[in-house]
Design a protein around this ligand. Structure first.
Ligand SMILES: C[S@@+](CC[C@H](N)C(=O)[O-])C[C@H]1O[C@@H](n2cnc3c(N)ncnc32)[C@H](O)[C@@H]1O
Length: 247
């Protein structure tokens, strides 16, 4: 039984919003290109593939892609774009599910903050182990996730706003004891009314992820601030980290 929230049919139908910048080729292109480079000649496995925002463009670059995904509605939306033969998907929990070709992948990747959807340390550790067992010797595990924004949380304040605009109000609340957090979204729909949605996650520091990789017998290869391979610094708000399984 996973601690992850299950993404619903409503979530899935809204996910590919063409007006949302994160779905633009400007965003997905550089992600797919770096993933293709890291995969080399081998196949890739996307943990939590969703509707294929990244998996589909990566497949279009010629990389064989397989997915693991918890939400059947998200897979149903993916299936409007590509069939099972083009991108096979196992419906299951990324911390435990086994994809065909276990042990042969040159790249396993988990992007867009989704490691946080596993809301216990135990499951995040299990996810690293699951990634490692799917990799071929020498293969890479890549995670993209935000750095917890705690430097922006003043003492006594319950929340950090991350978007305040006419169409959307977004803020994060953090529980510093349990490492649980929630992103709250108030989004204005076409009729002018605001719709509330929330995503729960476990925030995790880069150093804790390094330890999870070490437990899964993988070694750090690189850490960037973004998909352009810019340097990760103390000011970085996000990171793209890569670990390798020994040859
Ligand atoms: C932010 S979306 C990311 C989807 C896709 N990777 C992307 O970049 O667009 C998070 C996805 O993680 C999936 N997910 C959450 N918990 C999961 C779990 N334990 N195992 C597999 N998938 C999970 C959700 O169903 C959802 O599709």
């Amino acid at each position: 039984m996973t601690s992850s929230d299950l993404w619903t049919r409503d979530d899935a139908e809204r996910y590919d919003d063409p007006d949302d910048w994160v779905n633009s080729a400007e965003v997905t292109g550089p992600v797919a290109r770096l993933l293709a480079e890291l995969a080399g000649d081998g196949p890739a496995l996307e943990l939590a593939i969703g509707t294929g925002r990244i998996g589909v463009p990566l497949r279009e670059l010629g990389v064989p892609v397989t997915g693991i995904e918890l939400s059947q509605p998200m897979v149903d939306v993916l299936r409007r774009k590509v069939d099972e033969a083009t991108i096979p998907v196992v419906v299951g929990d990324m911390a435990a599910a086994e994809a065909p070709g276990v042990g042969t992948y040159s790249l396993v990747y988990l992007v867009f903050n989704t490691i946080g959807n596993l809301r216990t340390q135990e499951e995040q550790v299990a996810c690293f182990a699951n990634a490692a067992r799917h990799l071929a010797p020498g293969g890479r595990f890549l995670v993209e996730v935000g750095v917890p924004g705690l430097r922006r949380l003043p003492p006594g304040s319950p929340a950090i706003p991350f978007d305040v605009s006419a169409a959307h109000l977004g803020f994060d609340t953090y529980d510093l004891v349990t490492q649980q957090a929630t992103s709250h979204h108030y989004t204005r729909d076409a009729d002018g009314r605001f719709r509330y949605g929330a995503h729960n996650f476990r925030f995790v520091w880069p150093s804790e992820l390094d330890l999870m990789a070490r437990l899964a017998v993988m070694t750090p290869e690189s850490r960037y601030a973004g998909w352009d391979r810019s340097a990760f610094t103390s000011e970085s708000t996000s990171h793209v980290s890569v670990w390798r399984k020994p040859e």
